[in-house]
Design a protein around this ligand. Structure first.
Ligand code: WTA
Length: 712
């Protein structure tokens, strides 16, 4: 493989006002391994033919037929009221039956979930499908009787990575109740606001959980949730509390009588009870998943039962190549859409064993994930570039020490730098696994761009072609199609409806249209789905071979003297420097050029070169890969980056610091303490250099405050 630092950059770079120039070099194909091909769920080209555009929308019946329906649908797609498309209309089903009950007979004694606690001396907890069935039923009985919930009511969870979370999700699904899980790392206020938005009065939480070797207080956040919900006009009626360690309570927060209950105590009344599953309409709602933004009401992506479940089951089957006998581990948090789709619903609908891990990847050391993989015999591994980068940073040689073998590995959440991809492939995958770079978003429910693991060659840094049945298109500013192979980037959109798409933004239909459809819909009265392309919000470029490279959210673009630079390509250049573990690019307001680039860098441990040397190398590499125009004004070497639950760098926070502006809401940061550290370091240095005099206009302030926020 060519060393990317020595390859000449593309000379034919397109600079223009309205098109995002693409500087990131095209990589070579990497062929998928042959050895797993015979067992693959997608082993020959026929699957591609079945999902060809001329077979739309019936192609998605392939996915729906993976499920058990109480009543079959009358119509595959009802597109009479765009863009509120409905799938499998007339059909009835229950999600918990599909993920639990239907497996009882054939594999009731097989593990549904294996939960690995963070403390390494604790043995993994095995939960068979039978056991899962018992727990789901008992919790459903509790919700129904003790809480009095009815189908399509909302129940909010603020839970860490414990098996009680999927149990609670499936219990809601059994009752046709809508669950809304708020990432455990988020603040109590964030949970409370979301309860206000969802009009939900029941909160399910836990006293504490392990993170980085410490048992941290979690119930304490419920106190803030109560306050925040009150501001939204919601009185929380019941707080149900799981206990991390049976019989103990590890929180400073008081249990309020008549409102707060230990679940284990209440559950005693429901021991052994079974609850008849509700037969729900396909287009009823399964759950809400809130995506964050800096301003306005939270945005609750509303996912359906029939369409969503079909879509995640089908994509789990073909893209992750899940079979019932696999040992599947998605190393992500269930508080993120990835966990809903690809820890809980997709894998369990397929009857496989889904591994869950409570803690941080590097606890107690960077060998932990690989010891888990070895011990449990994990053969499918799913994670995010941020985790891969972290593991590469602190333990580049760790995977080799353990005896595990993956057949497929996926990556999700942001573009993966080719350099990091190669480490993942060679060292983690030991050169024998197929990688799928799965591009999608909360709103799409499941994968929308990826290679099929044993059918299509991989290309580092590109997600691959559109997923089965998905018709991707790139539009320029004017809504003209950008042809493939043109080297020009634009707004990536999905032309057609697909079953995994959210039905709407909870309670905000107009916002749903405005955010995803307004821009490229030419006739708002049109009843033809072809007039309603879904705007994903990412910039992308399509190579001649049809593969897409995602450049990041369209607001992650830094416009330097009229040249639009994608943050991801700046960061990718920086990461080519040997000493660099992670990089983030932000704009700094500049009188002369409008904006200039500043880079934030986290180093790999044990780096010998001085910070100054590394900073110089980074600047040089960026200049080489992209051009002088992109040369950063400053390169800051920092201890860590502020990150979201899914490990995305919160660029607006560091942009705020670089511009001496407000950093905005940091309640949804996974590591809020890093903010002050970076601020002190960077602003002191800037003052010394006389770079603190910049007065920002209102518009500039807003731009900085929102920089990159769409990707949070
Ligand atoms: C980004 C995550 C490049 C993208 C499932 C998208 C990716 C946003 C990839 C959605 C990928 C996700 N390559 N970029 N493989 N996967 N993204 O809602 O910008 O947390 O719009 O869902 O992540 O993030 P979300």
């Amino acid at each position: 493989m060519a060393d990317s630092t020595q390859t000449k950059p593309d000379e034919e770079v397109e600079y223009s006002e309205d098109k995002i120039a693409v500087h990131w070099r095209e990589e070579e194909y990497v062929e998928p391994p042959e050895k797993f091909k015979d067992q693959a769920n997608a082993k020959d080209e026929s699957v591609l033919e079945r999902f060809a555009p001329e077979n739309f929308p019936d192609c998605f019946v392939d996915y729906a037929e993976l499920l058990d329906w109480d009543k079959k649908w009358d119509e595959v797609l009802d597109s009479s009221n765009p863009p509120f498309f409905k799938w499998f209309v007339g059909g009835r089903l229950n999600a918990s039956v599909n993920c639990v009950d239907r497996h009882l007979e054939s594999r009731g004694d097989k593990n549904a979930i294996i939960w690995v606690a963070e403390p390494e001396d604790d043995e993994p907890v095995e939960i068979t499908y039978k056991e899962l069935h018992r727990r789901v039923n008992e919790f459903a009985a509790l919700l129904k009787d003790f809480c009095g919930v009815k189908p399509q009511d909302r129940v909010t969870f603020h839970l860490p990575m414990v098996p009680d979370l999927p149990v609670a999700m499936l219990a809601c699904a059994r009752l046709g109740v809508i669950h809304s899980q708020v990432f455990g790392g988020f603040s109590g206020a964030a949970a409370g606001q979301r309860m206000g938005d969802a009009q939900s009065t029941i909160l399910v939480t836990m006293d504490a959980y392990y993170r980085n070797g410490e048992l941290i207080d979690h119930k304490i956040k419920a106190d803030d949730a109560v306050e925040a919900a009150k501001k939204e006009g919601i009185e929380i009626e019941k707080i149900l509390v799981f206990r991390r360690i049976p019989g103990e309570y590890h929180s400073e927060s008081e249990m309020v009588e008549g409102r707060d209950y230990f679940i284990d105590e209440v559950l005693k009344d429901y021991e052994g009870q079974e609850v008849e599953p509700e037969s729900m309409k396909a287009e009823d709602t399964l759950f809400l998943m809130y995506t964050s933004g800096t301003t306005g009401r939270p945005k609750g992506a509303q996912h359906t039962i029939g369409g969503y479940l079909s879509y995640v089951t089908g994509t789990s089957k073909y893209y992750q190549d899940i079979h019932p006998d696999d040992m599947y581990w998605c190393f992500a948090d269930i508080g993120w859409i990835t966990g809903h789709s690809y820890i809980v619903y997709g894998p369990l609908a397929l009857g496989t064993t889904s591994v869950m891990y409570e803690g941080v990847p590097t606890y107690p050391d960077a060998g932990r994930p690989w010891r888990i993989a070895e011990k449990l015999g994990v053969d499918i591994f799913h994670t995010a570039p941020t985790t891969i980068r972290m593991l590469r940073k602190v333990g580049p040689d760790e995977p080799e020490k353990y005896d595990f073998h993956f057949k497929t590995m996926t990556t999700v959440g942001e573009p993966i730098e080719p350099d990091v991809w190669r480490w993942y492939h060679k060292v983690v995958g030991k050169g024998e696994a197929a990688i799928t770079d799965t591009w999608w978003m909360t709103e799409t429910g499941g994968f929308t761009g990826s290679t099929l693991p044993f059918l299509q060659p991989m290309k580092p840094g590109s997600c691959g072609p559109a997923a089965l049945g998905i018709q991707l298109v790139i539009y320029d500013e004017n809504g003209e199609e950008v042809p493939k192979g043109s080297g020009k980037a634009g707004y990536i959109c999905i032309r057609n409806p697909w079953p995994g798409r959210m039905l709407t933004v909870w309670g905000q239909d107009e916002r749903f249209i405005d955010t995803y459809y307004k821009r490229f819909n030419k006739d708002k009265d049109s009843k033809d789905w072809k007039d309603w392309p879904f705007m994903c919000g990412d910039g992308a470029v399509q190579a001649e071979d049809g593969y897409f490279r995602i450049l990041g959210r369209i607001d992650d673009v830094i416009n330097v003297a009229g040249h639009r630079l994608g943050t991801k390509e700046l960061e990718s250049a920086a990461i080519e420097v040997e000493e660099v573990a992670e990089a983030a690019a932000v704009p700094v307001i500049d009188e002369e050029r409008g904006k200039i680039v500043e880079m934030y860098i986290a180093l790999k441990p044990g780096v010998k070169a001085s910070e100054e040397e590394v900073a110089k190398k980074v600047a040089k590499q960026i200049e080489y890969d992209i051009g002088k125009i992109a040369r950063p004004k400053n390169v800051w070497i920092v201890p860590d980056m502020p990150k979201t639950r899914s490990g995305k760098i919160m660029r607006r926070v560091i942009a705020g610091i670089s511009n001496f502006a407000d950093v905005g809401d940091i309640s949804t940061l996974a590591n809020p303490d890093v903010v002050d550290k970076i601020r002190e370091q960077v602003q002191a240095a800037k003052k010394e250099r006389g770079e603190d005099l910049q007065e920002l206009s209102k518009e500039q302030e807003q731009e900085i405050a929102e920089f990159g926020s769409q990707s949070e």
